[in-house]
Design a protein around this ligand. Structure first.
Ligand code: PDD
Length: 285
């Protein structure tokens, strides 16, 4: 019996059930999901799952591509077509397919809906129910590994959109102690009155930017003092200059932070110097 999946309005055999590589679920983890059990041919606690799904969608400012009654029909249909009497249904909704960009796509982009289902065949699960399972404790590090360039970018996407909604280009993220970690998709830098450049040291709280690494070498070469230490929001707002870096925005001047004008509100001297030094010093490799 072929397995059937629902993908954006169509019931398809698994080999044909494919999505665009530009889907935001893949690119950013910009998606929500539910897992619904079927026991004795009936959905278990379906209303509660749908209530949570709607809550998740609302929290992420995402729309379902179908109404709730229509979604119930899709779930029933996937259950029927896959002959699920005791098993699981999975559903995922992503923010849809759009060229990769952290900010939300425009409203014409329809969200993606996938529903799959399978009869439970796992003897492992049955064993677990009968005999119990073992557990270990671990630090709750969800998600404290910003040093890994993972596509788990939903918090970044949400922060970027908040910045854009506020009329800004980027958000600089702040840790529990009031220190800036980094941008949603860039490394954060400031220049002090004494001309020293400051950027946060590497840790699990920031991505080790490739541009950061190479700019540090440029700074050294140019004998410009660079201090790798955390800096606060206030320090950034009162910095002489500020800039951000990333592969797609090499040495980009920051001219206001939270509406506070940095320096005289134009790209600073050190920033411009680094801009040209970084560009000339970085041939393709
Ligand atoms: N972003 N920090 C974060 C969270 C980033 O996503 C990026 C890059 C950087 C800068 O790293 P690099 O200098 O290696 O580009 C820092 C890429 C460009 C993006 O997601 O589009």
């Amino acid at each position: 019996m072929p397995r059937i999946a629902y993908v954006n309005g169509r019931y398809l055999r698994y080999p044909n059930a494919t999505l665009s590589i530009d889907d935001r679920g893949l690119q950013f983890g910009d998606s929500v999901y539910e897992v619904i059990a079927v026991r004795h041919d009936r959905f278990v606690e379906l209303d509660d799952h749908l209530a949570r799904l709607w809550r998740s969608l609302e929290a992420l400012r995402m729309a379902s591509p179908v109404s709730e009654p229509a979604l119930r029909i899709v779930l029933r249909e996937i259950k029927r077509r896959n002959h699920v009497q005791d098993g699981l249904l999975y559903l995922q909704i992503t923010r849809g397919i759009a060229p990769r960009n952290h900010k939300f796509p425009d409203r014409t982009v329809r969200s993606t809906l996938i529903v799959t289902g399978a009869q439970r065949t796992s003897t492992d699960q049955l064993m677990a129910l009968r005999e119990g399972v073992t557990v270990v404790t671990l630090e709750d590090a969800r998600w404290r590994h910003c040093d890994i360039k993972s596509t788990n970018l939903l918090p970044n996407v949400l922060a970027k959109q908040t910045a854009i909604d506020a009329g800004a280009r980027e958000a600089w993220l702040v840790d529990e102690e009031g220190f800036i970690t980094e941008g949603t998709s860039s490394t954060a830098w400031i220049v002090l009155e004494n001309g020293h450049v400051v950027t946060r040291p590497l840790s699990t709280r920031i991505l080790p930017g490739v541009t950061r690494l190479n700019l540090l070498a440029v700074l050294k070469q140019m004998q410009i003092e660079c201090v790798e230490r955390p800096f606060t929001v206030q320090e950034a707002e009162f910095a002489k200059e500020a800039f951000l870096t990333s592969a797609n925005n090499p040495v980009t001047p920051v001219v206001t932070i939270n509406g506070v004008v940095i320096g005289d509100g134009t790209p600073g001297q050190v920033t411009r110097l680094l801009q040209s030094a970084y560009q000339t010093g970085n041939g393709a490799s």
